[in-house]
Design a protein around this ligand. Structure first.
Ligand code: TRP
Length: 332
């Protein structure tokens, strides 16, 4: 049976955190058993907003790759590569830009939202407006069937489907209409109670040492109304409890929730249980991470092999696309 194709990417715009792990990565690992998966580091996407500050892009690219491998992305099962190593993405982006009405891009919600959010970066650029179109090119060039993403990315998938239809209508069918595989995972709460995000500086990073993780949890915010050990609390108001919901068993969740409401358990003990469970998840990852970090040659090899495989598909699609549009055929 021919496997359906899955594609997804992550931007190297910061270090990966536990939100990325439970929100996306663990799902990617499961998907590679059933689908032909393409996973890539979207370094050009990171440039659309971080064009003025590119110092850390290499470091973040390595961090992303190492964490993928450590979390269980298997290069024998999935094609792993870096976007900028497959310039066909840019070629398709250019051709798609010819048929993309500006209004389609201007009305993608992330366009205005990110401009508002990142006030200190000028995002009135051509590249940033084209962000969703570059993403469409990433997806369509592999004729992907499914794209696992979070809810914030769904509008980008919608525009990808629109572009696919428009291309097929104008020139003849080349592209399928990819479907989003919505990763149903609640936003992970950061140590300050807000959504875990590098912009808030409230993350538990996959690259944090065990000591750092322990310290971050120990100083993490709890129910602000529970001041003294003898005060009873409301677990629902505690970001610590939110992490319990992700990392602890149902029994432990019930136990700490009850203990919080009745002041039967102190915040320190509640946090200790969380730390234990978090370590259970992170310890195997740390071990593999450290081993990969000692073998950057191996990572280079993985990327090279992945790039070759990706290029084979991408260059074939570009031939189909150019032919359909009616460009002069290249010899060879
Ligand atoms: N925009 C995605 C994000 O920020 C990253 C991305 C780039 C992507 N190209 C993609 C995701 C193609 C899925 C498919 O998360």
């Amino acid at each position: 049976m021919i496997k359906k194709r899955v594609l997804s990417g992550m931007q190297p715009s910061g270090k990966l955190h536990i939100g990325n792990l439970v929100g996306a990565l663990q799902n990617w690992v499961t998907l590679q058993e059933k689908y032909e998966c393409y996973y890539f580091v979207a370094d050009w996407h990171a440039l659309t907003s971080q064009y003025a500050d590119t110092l850390q892009i290499k470091e973040y690219t390595l961090d992303v790759l190492v964490n993928w491998l450590a979390a269980g992305i298997d290069p024998d099962k999935a094609v792993v590569f870096i976007q900028s190593h497959v310039p066909e993405h840019a070629e398709l982006h250019l051709l798609l830009s010819m048929i993309t009405p500006l209004g389609w891009l201007e009305r993608v919600p992330s366009y205005k939202e990110k401009q508002e959010e990142l006030k200190d970066v000028d995002l009135h650029t051509y590249g940033f407006l084209g962000y969703p179109l570059l993403q469409s090119a990433d997806i369509l060039i592999y004729k992907a069937h499914y794209v696992p993403v979070g809810i914030d990315q769904m509008p980008h998938l919608e525009i990808t489907r629109e572009i696919s239809r428009r291309f097929n209508y104008l020139y003849g069918t080349v592209f399928p209409e990819p479907e989003g595989l919505l990763t149903e995972f609640p936003k992970v709460t950061g140590v300050d109670g807000r959504k875990m995000s590098k912009t808030y500086n409230n993350c538990i990073y996959l690259s944090d040492s065990p000591d750092e993780v322990e310290k971050k949890i120990k100083t993490m915010m709890t129910d602000p109304q529970r001041i003294k050990r003898t005060d009873s609390g409301n677990p629902e108001l505690s970001p610590v409890f939110h992490l319990h919901k992700i990392f602890s068993t149902k029994e432990e969740q019930a136990e700490v929730a009850e203990g919080c409401r009745t002041a039967g358990i102190g915040c320190i003990d509640c946090k200790k249980i969380l730390i234990k469970n978090l370590f259970n998840v992170l310890e195997p990852l740390w071990e593999k991470r450290n081993s990969y970090l000692k073998q950057t040659n191996l990572i280079e090899d993985i990327i090279q092999t992945g790039t070759k495989k990706a290029k084979m598909v991408a260059s074939q699609t570009m031939k189909d696309v150019s032919n359909k549009i009616g460009l002069w055929k290249k010899k060879g």
